[in-house]
Design a binder for this molecule. Structure first.
Ligand code: CTP
Ligand code: MG
Length: 556
């Protein structure tokens, strides 16, 4: 398929474009060589895009002509993308041709009138006020918006209707991915929010960099997912060159583990200096101190941390594994959504599993010999060269090969299973997994002996002495086991196409009867029973049916 041979240039044009991903999923035969770009190249391209972009609050979508005409007096425009936030306010993201162009436009910006309550701050978020006096005629010269309403999240009922009309379960999984995954404008806005902090913090930190990590960039993010941001100020070799004699007087940062003091400062700046930032909450006692805030212009919930490079390298690693096995992304998106619907994950942290370990479960499954889609991480480490050396905080080695073209082609992608088969095998695999004695290690690509008795043990790939699911309680682990068995059972006895809850729908719809759930919980607290135990082929899952089965099972 021609798209598999896309050049770097072509890939670069829209690296997160859904159409591209769709074609990659169709890739079956690993004999076809594929050219990989690196994570750093994609990040660099997104950062450059943000450096020449501006987000403008406008009156309505029809402000386009006026805005285009006004801005093109100062600079050449690449594209204008329109979106609305949840407050119904309209915004346009303008990408200019170059950073120089943007600087010209910024020179033409001004601050509000002399309002003593407002402190003037220059950032790439501005508004387009109505013309004073006589209106000059401004036109867009036949240009159109690149996208209208570009970050609207698909409504549940529309999504379910589309899923209902799919031909196969594989199509459903693919459709869910295509319709819910983070799109191009979603990505651009996230880099704009990072850019805004970078611009505002740049006079306080040398070589400051604010960068998205987590599900925004790891390839598993959905529209509307939280924005994880990392603030770094790593000095380059040149900046610390021993030959230079004039050295800046500097301030030692005392007290506060892992950047807690930096986060205190960031919290104050977010409150006082960052337009759009609201509801700032400091979580400074955590292992990784963070400041949470809402960004009202983009509707994003942000978590900002300082220097947590291992989290950023982890995102890079996950992104790479998704590149090697693009089917992993569609599977993980479905598994994350299934877990949310089954109540296995919650919007707030607690004694349950979260999306990150769930993603590791998917990747680990794809490393198994029957899937053979991904190599163990150890192979990526052994293929690393000097240029791949990365050291994170506390001297943590995060070295693995960055250029995936260097991996032996036979080490990944050796499986033609469609998404439906993989999904079923995923649930089957974990239905039978020995959680009691085994830990999941994507480093080894196989289950290893558990070093302690925590209910769920998933080795942190970059810090192998840690368990990324150490917070998960015994009860929650049991629920996970129960739900994977239910899911496998559902897919095995899948209702015919177009029947209610057929295929992936049965895994994604909200559970209808809370009463039924309570009964199932009761069942698990007496003894682990799965849906398969509760029903036989001819049974309908009714509350009465479950109650009577439970009575029998509990008695035995
Ligand atoms: N991370 C990590 N070690 C952990 C937890 C998280 O390295 N024990 C890193 C991972 O790179 C993860 C990122 O921090 O992707 C952000 O964590 P989190 O927001 O919990 O997960 P996401 O993958 O972003 O998923 P979500 O969409 O739920 O935010
Ligand atoms: Mg996140």
């Amino acid at each position: 398929m021609s798209v598999l041979f896309q050049t770097r240039k072509c890939l670069f044009k829209k690296p997160f474009n859904n159409t591209f991903c769709k074609y990659v999923f169709l890739r079956k035969n690993s004999d076809v060589p594929r050219k990989f770009v690196t994570f750093d190249e994609i990040v660099a391209q997104r950062r450059l895009e943000a450096q020449r972009s501006l987000v403008v609050q406008v009156n309505s979508e029809s402000s386009f002509n006026e805005l285009y005409g006004y801005c093109s007096k100062y600079a050449s425009i690449n594209d204008i993308h329109h979106y609305k936030n949840s407050g119904g306010e309209n915004f346009m993201l303008i990408e200019f041709e170059s950073e120089e162009n943007l600087k010209e436009v910024l020179k033409s910006c001004c601050s509000h009138n002399k309002d003593h309550d407002l402190i003037s701050v220059q950032s790439p978020f501005v508004w387009f006020r109505a013309a004073a006096g006589k209106k000059e005629k401004l036109v867009a010269n036949g240009k159109n918006l690149a996208v209208k309403n570009g970050i609207e999240i698909i409504k549940e009922d529309v999504l379910y209707e589309e899923l209902m009309n799919c031909e196969t379960v594989s199509d459903q999984i693919q459709l869910l991915y295509d319709r819910t995954t983070l799109n191009d404008l979603g990505m651009r806005l996230r880099y704009m929010v990072a850019r805004q902090l970078e611009v505002i913090f740049s006079s306080l930190y040398t070589n400051v960099r604010v960068q998205p990590f987590g599900s925004t960039v790891n390839g598993f993010g959905r529209m509307g997912c939280d924005l994880d941001l990392i603030l770094t100020n790593t000095l380059t070799e040149e900046m610390t060159a021993a030959g230079r004699r004039l050295v800046f007087q500097e301030k030692r940062c005392e007290g506060g583990r892992g950047g807690a003091r930096h986060m205190e400062l960031a919290g104050a700046l977010l409150e006082l200096r960052v337009p759009g930032a609201a509801r700032v909450v400091r979580v400074l006692n955590a292992r990784v101190p963070i400041v949470k805030y809402a960004h009202d212009y983009t509707d994003l919930h942000c978590d900002l941390c300082y220097n947590n490079l291992s989290g950023a390298y982890m995102s890079e690693l996950l992104w790479q594994l998704g590149e090697l096995a693009p089917r992993a992304r569609a599977l993980a998106v479905l598994v994350r959504r299934w877990a949310a619907r089954a109540g296995l994950t919650q919007p707030h942290p607690g004694r349950w599993v979260t999306n990150f370990p769930l993603t590791l479960l998917v990747l680990f499954f794809l490393q198994q010999s029957h899937a053979h889609l991904l190599p163990p991480l150890n192979l990526l480490v052994s293929c690393a060269g000097k240029e791949d050396t990365r050291i994170a905080e506390e001297n943590l080695k995060c070295t693995f090969v960055r250029d995936l073209n260097k991996l032996p082609p036979e080490s990944y992608g050796q499986n033609d299973d469609d998404l439906q088969t993989l999904l079923f095998k995923f649930f089957e695999f974990y239905s039978q997994f020995d959680f009691e004695n085994k830990a999941i290690s994507i480093n080894e690509g196989r289950a290893i002996r558990k070093p302690n008795s925590l209910p769920l043990y998933i080795v942190n790939p970059l810090e192998q002495s840690l368990n990324v699911s150490r917070n998960v309680s015994h009860e929650e682990c049991e629920r996970l086991r129960l739900e994977v068995r239910n899911a496998a059972w559902h897919l095995e006895s899948c209702p015919a196409r177009s029947a209610e809850g057929w295929g992936a729908l049965g895994l994604l719809e909200r559970r209808a009867a809370p009463q039924l759930r309570r009964l199932l919980r009761l069942g698990t607290s007496h003894r682990l029973v799965s849906m398969r135990d509760l029903f036989r082929e001819d049974d309908e899952p009714s509350v009465e049916g479950v109650r009577s089965k439970l009575r029998t099972l509990v008695k035995t």
